[in-house]
Design a protein around this ligand. Structure first.
Ligand code: HEC
Length: 158
């Protein structure tokens, strides 16, 4: 009996493997990319790439375990949702107001330790940000908010 159940579970697991996620990165216009547009110092660019870009850009790297279902479906959901919320590959298409708001949220979420997602840093040790790295990243976000949406624009908008 137990043997039959085990064989059943194994069969289901094997069948699931036929439903691979789409790992192709959509084409995008590199001139609209956050790093291209804002040209951060190398250290900031490095943190963005290793801690945010897998979910918030079209430059996602898919590790070997994204071949394993149902784990990969769950990861793909994070990527789709992350891109939906904020996509650094489409940064140039955001209005100043929207871009400013996204950076404001980014500062908050990084300071609170909510981004990058904890499930992500478990597998990506280099994405686990030290207090110093958090400060470097959030300080940069703050300076870019001034560039994107200076007070003059802000008051003209409201
Ligand atoms: C493993 C994927 C993943 C990584 C890595 C990741 N995020 Fe996210 N992010 C998400 C998902 C999923 C959401 C939407 C659900 C939520 O808010 O929890 C989100 C939401 C956000 C939002 C909210 C946008 C809005 O308008 O409400 C911001 C801002 C954000 N992330 C910033 C970052 C920053 C900055 C980094 C890097 C330091 C980062 N994220 C790394 C998956 C990720």
């Amino acid at each position: 009996m137990t043997k039959k159940i085990l064989i059943g579970v194994l069969a289901v697991f094997i069948i699931l493997q036929f439903f691979q996620i789409d790992k192709s990165n959509p084409e995008y216009d590199a001139s609209q990319d956050l790093i291209t547009i804002h040209n951060p110092p190398a250290e900031v660019a490095g943190i963005l790439k290793s801690a945010c870009y897998d979910c918030h850009s079209y430059e996602t790297a898919y590790p070997w375990y994204t071949n394993v279902q149902p784990l990969a479906w769950w990861i793909k959901d994070h990527i789709d949702e992350g891109r939906d919320e904020m996509n650094f590959s489409e940064w140039g298409t955001y209005s100043p107001r929207r871009a400013d708001h996204k950076l404001e949220e980014s500062v908050e979420l990084v300071e609170e330790g909510e981004m990058p997602l904890e499930s992500y840093t478990l597998a990506h040790g280099e994405a686990k940000l030290s207090e110093a790295q958090k400060k470097i990243l959030t300080d940069w976000f703050k300076t870019q908010r001034e560039v994107i949406y200076p007070d003059s624009l802000r008051s003209a908008d409201s």
